[in-house]
Design a binder for this molecule. Structure first.
Ligand code: FE2
Length: 247
């Protein structure tokens, strides 16, 4: 698109196991590589890994694999934890220096004149400290600001994920976001399904997973696809456009 300032690759919910064994019958390592090496990623300016890099509980082999895969990329790689990650283990494989405060990974990143905030929802909530920090830091920014977090801050219409694994303090988080006038777009993962939603003035983009997609119409877990899917985000002076890819 003309006027593009910035292109972001977002890969989410990779769910790598500790070793090379298949995860629930899926070659999650190959799935991740398909996303990372796809043509859609060739011209990105930054890569965001939006949580659940590890399959179950922060397996070191997951971080070893992912960090090794991205180490030669020519662009910054920004990582936040999901509910299956362990921050202290992640920090051994990714440079999170200055980004961990009180055991939570949250930070601000500026690129091409745009400001991005990253929050830690790994425990299923976003802490008050993070919300207060976000409010005060966003107030210092003149233009619009963008946000990444693992959990969507609202229900998405995914019957299984909404009922079992949605963000626990949605109301508190939504009230905080609502009070930030220049927060326009929120990018998440966690739901293993792609959604684009309006949340008041804000748009919520939920990236699919490279591990697998979960059927959003079923009230219990139903596998929709074990093909990897991922997202790119293009930002210009007057637009934000996302695209979803699959293999
Ligand atoms: Fe998750």
């Amino acid at each position: 698109m003309n006027g593009k300032l910035l292109k972001i690759g977002q890969i989410s919910d990779i769910h790598i196991g500790d070793d090379e064994n298949l995860v629930q019958g899926i070659d999650v390592r190959a799935n991740f590589q398909k996303a990372l090496c796809s043509k859609s990623m060739e011209d990105i300016d930054i890569l965001v890994l939006s949580g659940d890099l590890a399959n179950e509980d922060g397996e070191p082999g997951a971080y070893r694999f992912v960090s090794d895969q991205v180490k030669d990329l020519k662009v910054p790689v920004l990582v936040i934890p999901g509910n299956h990650d362990r921050l202290e283990t992640m920090a051994k494989y990714f440079d999170l220096e200055g980004r961990i405060h009180g055991g939570k990974c949250y930070f601000k990143y500026e690129v091409s004149g745009r400001t991005f905030f990253f929050l830690d929802s790994a425990c299923g909530t976003v802490s008050v400290e993070q919300l207060e920090w976000l409010k005060s830091e966003a107030a210092k920014v003149e233009g619009e600001v963008f946000l990444f977090m693992h959990h969507p801050p609202c229900f998405c219409g995914h019957r299984f994920m909404d009922s079992k694994y949605s963000l626990k303090n949605k109301e508190e988080v939504q009230a905080a976001f609502e009070s930030i006038p220049n927060l326009t777009h929120i990018f998440c993962g966690h739901y293993h399904s792609h959604f684009e939603l309006e949340m008041g003035r804000q748009k919520v983009h939920v990236a699919p997973s490279t591990q697998m997609q979960i059927d959003s119409n079923a009230p219990h877990f139903v596998l929709k696809s074990s093909s990897p899917e991922w997202m790119t985000i293009e930002i210009g002076e007057n637009f934000v456009e996302t695209a979803v890819y699959l293999r």
